[in-house]
Each structure stands twice: as C-alpha cells, then as structure tokens.
Ligand binder design. Structure first.
Ligand SMILES: [Mn+2]
Length: 325
C-alpha cells in the first residue's frame, strides 16, 4: 500500500468517527442479502448507540438471516425506523447505491457515510467515506473505529464483531485472515466471546434440507480446466423444501476440490434469474469476473446475478473463466 493510500484510509477513519459522534439519530444499512459481517457491524453500532444514548436503527431490503439470532441483542435490529428524523445514514459493507437495493430510498435523503472493505468506490457517501480493501471484514474496521472513538468494548459488541470476522475470513482460513484481523479477534475473545458458540451457530446449525441440497450440488458438480462448478434448479429447492439461504455453505465444499483455480455455484432463483457464486484459489480475480456480469465482491470471493436461463448463464460464465467444452 502506498503512503497516499495509507493516509487516505486514516483520514477516512477520522472523518467517519467525526460524523458518527456528532449525530444523534442514525440509520444504518448494508448490501442486500445481509451476511454475518454486515449484520455484525450494524449490530455493534446499534449497541454503541444504546450505550451512548443515540437512536440507531437498521434497515435492509432483505431479512437478517435467522442463523444470526444467537447474537446478543439480535432483536434490536428489527426495530422499525422512525422515519424522517434521522441526521445520518451509514452504509456498511458496500459503497454503491445499487448494492443497497430498496433500502436506498430510506437513506438517500440523508447526509451519508460509507464504511467498506470491498474493492471499488461507489457513490453512496456524501460527507465521509472510509474504504479499506486491505481489511479482512467490515467488522475489523468497526472494531478499530470504536477503539479510535475510545468507546469501551463489551461482550455484546464483541459477539457481533467476532461473528463478522469468522464469516468473512471463512473461519480464519482465507488469505485475508491477516495479523490485523487475528489481533482484532484476540481482543474480542478477551471480552468473553466463545468461538465454539459462534462457529457452531454459523456452520453446524444447518437445516436438513440444506444438507440434502448440498448433496445434489455435489452429485451434479463437474470439473473442467481446473474449474469446479455445479448448479441447482428450482425443482431441487421445491423437492427438498429448500430455500436460497440453504445454499450458503455449498461453495465452500466445491472449493475443497484439489487442484482447482475456481469454484462456481449457479442456482435458479424464485424470480427466474440465475445467482452465481465464485471462489478462487489462485490469482484469478473473481470480483472482476463478477463485475462483468453486474456483480461484485472480493478478489477470492464474489457473486453476480444473471437474467437468463441457467444453460445460458453457465455458458457465459464458463467461457469467461476459460473453460471450453
Ligand atoms: Mn464484508
């Protein structure tokens, strides 16, 4: 990282902290399809708001995953926002209005700040922007932010932040799982987080339908030119009583295949589109691949949605990844 980039990141942190401390009624949002990282970051800020006498609410186009309901204070996330009286909008874990989706309408009229660790600079911020793609998770950043603001940690905040770290580093197994993130994790464990409780709730708490759906994806998977890919059809979901959230762990298993560059999972959505998830194990920048199809993410983990049938989607994606029949 260059000196200029380092300086920009430090200034981003300071300006975001200034905006938060000078606001009393704060509306948080994050990318649609909220995950453990964006929800963990939001919940930590909700707890901070409770402790400092602020009104902090969270909105998202999609429901917060039930798997996160073990988090202390989880119910605080679903309190309805009191409209029209917020003085700050905070966009977490993404930086572009398109990624926020329908909830954008609730924050668009507010002064807005962005805290994000993805590549790219979206246009969501108006008054302050803290972008740090070198951070393993946005919860790493929010942990640093609270420390910068000299706010004490507690067990509730620690659970929220730790869950984001585990989610975005794939249990500290991904390349982004650096010393900075482990240091942050250690600090959170000191507050009384049980790592067993977090990982059990995140990864060993699956519906049986999800395990069976994973079975279908594994059975159908193919290996071509160091790309392991599979797909799920609407009928799989219907026959097994499975839903989109049941697909979450599948890409991890596909990624486990020896010698592959990229793992890809395609699945048909209820509204007739095709969702695609990528993981890379070499230098392949799957965020760039996903971006070509209107999606985004990180270098090693990304996704996009295509508006075509699954055969066409498979053809286009595999062609882009250099897989020829
Ligand atoms: Mn994240």
């Amino acid at each position: 990282m260059s000196e200029g980039e380092r300086k920009e990141i430090a200034e981003g942190l300071a300006s975001v902290a200034r905006a938060l401390t000078s606001s009393r009624r704060i509306l948080l949002t994050s990318h649609k399809g909220p995950d453990g990282d964006s929800v963990g970051a939001a919940l930590a800020l909700v707890h901070w708001g409770e402790r400092t006498g602020r009104i902090v609410r969270y909105v998202n186009e999609d429901a917060v995953p039930e798997t996160l309901s073990f988090l202390p204070g989880f119910a605080l996330l679903s309190r309805p926002p009191e409209f029209a009286s917020f003085d700050l909008g905070v966009i977490l874990d993404c930086s572009a209005p398109e990624r926020v989706g329908a909830a954008w309408n609730l924050v668009r009229g507010l002064p807005r700040i962005v805290v994000d660790h993805h590549e790219g600079i979206g246009s969501a911020a108006t008054i302050a922007r803290w972008l740090d793609p070198s951070a393993a998770s946005v919860t790493v950043m929010v942990g640093e932010l609270l420390e910068y603001m000299k706010e004490p940690l507690d067990r509730d905040i620690a659970y929220a932040l730790y869950t984001g770290l585990v989610t975005d580093t794939m249990s500290f197994q991904q390349a982004n799982s650096d010393a900075r993130c482990h240091r942050r994790a250690a600090r959170l464990l000191e507050e009384g987080v049980s790592p067993f409780e977090v990982t059990m709730n995140l990864f060993e708490n699956q519906r049986h339908a999800a395990v069976r759906l994973c079975g279908r994806a594994m059975e159908r998977s193919k290996l071509r030119h160091e790309v392991c890919f599979s797909e799920l059809y609407r009928r799989d979901f219907e026959e097994l009583g499975a839903r989109e959230s049941d697909t979450e762990g599948i890409i991890r298993t596909l990624r486990g295949v020896a010698g592959i560059r990229v793992a890809v999972l395609l699945r048909e959505t209820v509204d007739g589109k095709v969702k695609v998830t990528f993981r890379s194990k070499d230098d392949t920048d799957v965020a760039a691949v996903a971006a070509e199809f209107g999606g985004g993410g990180h270098k090693a983990a990304a996704g996009c949605t295509l508006e075509c049938d699954i055969e066409e989607a498979r053809k286009r994606i595999l062609a882009r990844l250099g897989v020829r029949k």
